[in-house]
Design a protein around this ligand. Sequence first.
Ligand SMILES: [Zn+2]
Ligand SMILES: [Zn+2]
Length: 658
Amino acid sequence: MKVDIAVPKTRVDFLTYNTSEDLDPGDLVLVPVRKKTKYGIVIKKNSQREVSGIRNVQETLQKEFISSNLLTLYKWMAEYYLTSLGEILKVTLPSKILKKYEFVETKKLEPAKIRAPKPNYFQSIAIKKIAEALDKDAYATFLLHGITGSGKTEVYIRCVEKVINSEGRALVLVPEISMTPLLFKRFEERFHDKVVTIHSTLSGKDRRKIWHAVRDGKYSIVIGPRSTVFIPVPDLKIIIVDEEHDQSYKEHTRMPHYNARDVAVTRCRFENIVAVLGSATPQLESYYNSQTGKYQLLDLKERIDARPLPEIEIIDIREESKPYISPPLQSRIEQTIENGEQAIIFLNRRGFAASLMCPYCGFTARCKFCNLPLVYHKPEKDESASLSCHICGHRSPVRSTCPKCSRATLLYRGAGTQRIEELLRRTLKELNINEENRDSLIVRLDRDSVRLKGNMHNILKAFEQGKAKILLGTQLVTKGFDFHDVTLVGIVNADIVLHLPDFRSGERTFQVLTQVAGRSGRGSKPGKVLIQTYHPEQYGAIFGQLQNYGQFYRNELQLRQELDFPPFSRLILIRFKGTEESSVWKEAKRIHALLQKTGGFEIYGPNRSFYYKIRKHFRVFIVLKLRKDYPHRKLKFLQTYKTSKCLIEIDVDPLDVF
Ligand SMILES: [Zn+2]
Ligand SMILES: [Zn+2]
């Protein structure tokens, strides 16, 4: 009998082999591929495909390794994301399959005494609606829209509890485990050793062990990041996607550029189970789906214990003498500390200064690989001062004179978290705090400060225990933390969230600022949010809508409709990369011509990417705007398209279009 077998990392959907055994779709086998032996998944028996020099299947490793539902999902992904099944298996299965493994039991936790909070009115309705869907044993997707601090986690926990009580299993996706320690802690406290967590820091071997143990049904609840969406779970009944709007669900760096949230919903459809997407700031497309009946909307309209949302104040920093920490922000911070409360200060840029410029000749230090301004980092702990490229990571030493005109004064332009920390420490000196406590008053949370393992934990702990009064940081501070003494959130420069030329930048700003604002006033005391901006007239509308999702949604949707952008259409971005500028453009134009022949959609470009050069690679892109029901298989020719001088990447439903 001939069988079609998909082999991970191959650029084709399947290869055909001979076998004397009775193999079925989903079986795990070993097959020869050129001079190597690789594992593969049977996708079709009794293949009629004619192949010359057909080879034999070497060994059957495991029958029914992958369920037919998962196989259907993987095939759907290959078609939808315009790639091969081989490329899909590369990301959906572990890189090596363990033939034999022994799983080391994780230590059992002592059952902690948990005061399970009584759900409020809105939580109860949500729990009831999801429970009804679970009872029906059918597909349904819920969008759990809860304002910040409204207790989405408790809804998840109650639903998972119900699933486990009927001997089902649950999958919980989170943006990043280290960012959601609280959610994991809550699950662990409630379900103990029934929970397993897949951390990004696990070694490949441990990850494989967990993968197999989950597949064998050792755990009832699996919590993990993006790639966990593919894991085989027996008797799976529910998939929860927490913070469904989070960008980390999108695979940004390598093909296939899938979105784990969308894959989760599709998986639930194939498995006939329930999906729950939770967010305070749902992605516009998700909310649109909840308005058109594709998803069911569950609204948590109230914060826990009916706490009010924080009050928002806009500060026009053009009129302030000090642009980084304006006098109104400073006095608020001082007042907060004097009251024994805490503040979160947010700035979405790390380092000391955005760039280093010569005031005489205008020279700006730029990355030699990307041609973008380098960010100045001050020396810190064991790191020396450097100019660092935040796009490619290249670092170069800092010179004391201008390389162009040799004069000795270079200007720091713009501020990063390091500079704000320095300013804060200087201004707070005047406060009446004893010397000992002053150093620990501020903690900084950004990618530089958490580089060492364990630092993140220590920083958050210092703040949680109240030793530190100010948590200063980048987007890391916007994640789902729940600090009850935070009464002030200060946004140093709201404009830099918006600076990218993208149709989603308004939405992204709304999300980031609403999330960071939501860290304020989660305890018994009411919260306050101060937003500093250079463009209050331009972005005022967005700031005014913060925490009011409905208003934001209506405005943004109208804009998208006028521009015919998603959710009214679908976008596919095709990116061309290569070190030879002319070859990249040549390829882009060639593909452009092929696309014109294919027809049935609008084509934009080829254009230069916003970051035209990264790591010496030139980047050019084409965007296709398609009707939502456009059959992707018509574009399948792109999948196999590749030249030696130009890499072609396809991004279906891109988050960034530049
Ligand atoms: Zn100069
Ligand atoms: Zn660079």
